[in-house]
Design a protein around this ligand. Structure first.
Ligand code: WT7
Length: 661
């Protein structure tokens, strides 16, 4: 039988949790046993973290798979859980959000102030004719009103659809149309890279194409000139004048909370639907467990944008349901200087930092001396999410940001899973650089071959989830069939074999000799070289482990002899000389380095030294475009590319670049 996915790399470094943190950890090793003994009882216990207006009758209804119902019959209000109850408990003066604008302006918002804003916004939405079940599109910069808008929708039972503020007219209008939204909440603009960046003109164009939109609520952030139509209302003339009294009504546990569109790498965006009780239970539990949040003393900072699921679950719903104090930052990491992140950590004494591998690798490229100039001693837990984190980037994060003291939690999850699924627990797990380690208590993940058989330790294959989990997507908005086809038809009952419903995540993964999980990227990206399935992640990590490399992206290009051949695009570290002979030498050295690290089968046919890599707005490498370049095709769809000039640079280099030696 052929291997499903080769296991080429090995890692022997391991870091046990700091003793002090372990002793006082929110979640200890016993949680795994507790959950394994009775998974549903375990989740019922976690649901008790929340305040329910009516208790559920049944933890899980899985009688109509894959359509799950969690906490059946239960009722609660999400905004009440995220705001009111903290104020009622006497914590109204506690800071909810330390907001830092890109130009350096700041706002401090306590839970009592947040309650006032959310109540006013809820009253305004009601006045604008928004009722429970209606959809509201949110297209905002990273300002506190973005979180307020989401919470106000949740408070009145309206389903929000946040669209990332960097997306185009087309992206916004198709999402408005798909969800049939009645209202858009937006701003005149936000600050990015040192200047105001307009949002309103995009909304104007999108609304002109969207007859379902009745009103547009506009926050004044930058003060730039805006066109005005009769649908437009200023936030400061409505919300800020509205009554601050609002009684939150409870909603059913399965009431739709939000739709969030995920494009994946291709195809029409899928409107991922999340509901109320199960979602809040899992994001609240995981935020407490994975980050070991101590709400009284921690200052938490998640650097994601509110337009991604990370912003939904780990800026808004998880942290606020737990009564956390957090930092929210409007702008880019290099404005005004490349030290902005470390300045913010130092200024607010951030103790928990949650960011993405793409940012960590960028910081690595910018150089160690930048973070070295700051006091980062407040940090006690570091998190990573969004892509596999290469062992070298993990080590850099640990050494240069964590100063060899703090645990790193590499958290695997998806828009579809709603909350973290696979991650170390900072007070329990001895971590390995580059591994997300094990499923959290209450979660059953596995790696299987193409027959859905669990692979043994040391084997690679497809990542699957075997049991329903509370924050799972309930469907794709308006398209149950696509929900079934995309996630449930590859393995198990949904594929017509066995009784078990198995969720296919679309990611490759392997189990190491100890059973720890290593994520290996999207299965669509796997390369087939001389009959071996090789993950892009392993080759990229081997390249990044060379001291001259900051970032790498690898693709399989059609090859007459090997079927596919490995082509690598490499960004050298800042100080490395790549002119003329030095560049050629580095090229040979890197190819040999990969061969030595992973074996000759993984040796790239070709390496391109490039200044940048094409990435999506959320920082994922667009390997599809690199494949076009590697196979000398004209470029495919570049609309989701962060910086379109990048591809031109790379293609030019390719025509003059070196190939096989
Ligand atoms: C895909 C989901 C999860 C919130 C942000 C992204 C990749 C995510 C990891 C990780 C390896 C990861 C997977 C996953 N991914 N976290 N820790 N290690 N890969 O949400 O845009 O829905 O993307 O991101 O490929 O399937 P998303």
């Amino acid at each position: 039988m052929s291997e499903t996915l080769a296991n080429l790399s090995s890692e022997s470094r391991q870091f046990p949790p700091p003793e002090e943190l372990a002793a006082a950890a929110n979640v200890k090793a016993g949680a795994y046993e507790e959950a394994a003994a009775d998974r549903l009882a375990f989740w019922a216990t976690q649901a008790d973290r929340l305040t329910w207006a009516k208790k559920w009758d049944q933890v899980l209804d899985w009688s109509n798979p894959p359509f799950a119902k969690w906490f059946v019959g239960g009722e609660l209000n999400i905004a009440y859980n995220c705001v009111d109850r903290h104020v009622e408990a006497g914590r109204g003066d506690k800071v909810a959000i330390h907001w830092e604008g890109e130009p350096g302006d700041t706002r401090t918002i306590t839970y009592a102030e947040l309650l006032k804003l959310v109540s006013q916004a809820a009253n305004t939405l009601t006045e604008l004719g928004i009722a429970a079940g209606d959809r509201v599109a949110i297209y905002m910069p990273m300002i506190p009103e973005a979180a307020v808008a989401m919470l106000a929708c949740a408070r009145i039972g309206a389903t929000h659809s946040v669209v990332f503020g960097g997306f185009s007219v087309d992206a916004l209008s198709t999402r408005i149309k798909d969800a049939d939204a009645k209202l858009v909440i937006t701003a005149d603009g936000g600050y990015r890279r040192g200047k105001p960046s307009a949002l309103k003109p995009t909304v104007d164009e999108a609304v002109a194409k969207s007859p379902s939109i009745e009103n547009v609520l506009v926050v004044r952030r930058t003060g730039q000139d805006v066109e005005w139509t009769d649908k437009d209302k200023w936030w400061h003339e409505t919300v800020e004048q509205a009554s601050p009294e609002h009684q939150a009504q409870p909603f059913d546990a399965e009431h739709p909370l939000f739709i969030l569109y995920t494009s994946g790498t291709t195809g029409k965006p899928k409107g991922i639907l999340h509901t109320t009780g199960g979602y809040l239970t899992q994001v609240s539990y995981t935020h407490n467990a994975v980050f070991d949040l101590k709400p009284e003393t921690d200052v938490y900072w998640c650097t994601a944008d509110i337009g991604w699921v990370t912003g939904h679950s780990y800026i808004v719903y998880g942290p606020l349901s737990n009564g956390a104090t957090q930092v929210m930052y409007e702008g880019t990491p290099d404005t005004p200087g490349r030290d902005r992140f470390w300045q913010i950590v130092d200024k607010y004494k951030v103790s928990i930092l949650y960011t993405a591998p793409t940012l960590i690798r960028t910081m690595m490229k910018w150089g160690d001396d930048i973070p070295a100039g700051y006091d980062l001693s407040s940090l006690r837990v570091l998190g990573s999410v969004g892509e596999p984190i290469n062992p070298e980037a993990w080590m850099w994060y640990r050494e240069n940001i964590g100063r060899n003291r703090t645990p790193i939690v590499d958290t695997w999850w998806q828009t579809e899973t709603g909350g973290v699924m696979i991650s170390p627990l900072p007070g329990v797990t001895a971590t390995k650089p580059g591994s997300a380690m094990t499923p959290l208590p209450g979660i059953t993940a596995d790696v299987v071959d193409d027959q859905a058989e669990s692979v043994p330790n040391g084997g690679g294959g497809f990542l699957v989830l075997r049991d329903p989990w509370p924050s799972m997507l309930r469907t794709i908005w308006g398209d149950d069939k696509r929900f079934l086809d995309t996630y449930w038809s590859r393995f198990g009952a949904g594929a017509g074999s066995g009784d078990e419903w198995i969720y296919f995540a679309g990611d490759g993964a392997k189990k190491d000799e100890d059973g720890a999980l290593w994520l290996l990227g999207r299965v669509d990206d796997v390369m087939l070289v001389s009959g071996h399935n090789i993950s892009t992640t392993e080759v990229e990590s081997a390249l990044v482990s060379h001291p001259s490399v900051a970032e790498a992206a690898v693709v399989g290009a059609t090859d007459p002899t090997t079927g596919q051949a490995i082509v690598a695009f490499v960004i050298p570290r800042g100080s490395v000389d790549t002119e003329g002979d030095a560049g050629d030498q580095l090229n040979v050295e890197l190819r040999n380095h990969v061969s030595k690290t992973l074996g000759p089968i993984a040796k790239p046919r070709q390496i391109m030294l490039v200044p940048e890599l094409p990435k999506t707005r959320s920082g994922k490498i667009m390997r599809r475009l690199l494949k076009d370049v590697a196979e000398n095709r004209s470029l495919g769809d570049v609309t989701t590319l962060q910086d379109s000039a990048v591809m031109e640079l790379i293609s030019k280099g390719m025509q003059t670049g070196k190939s096989e030696d």
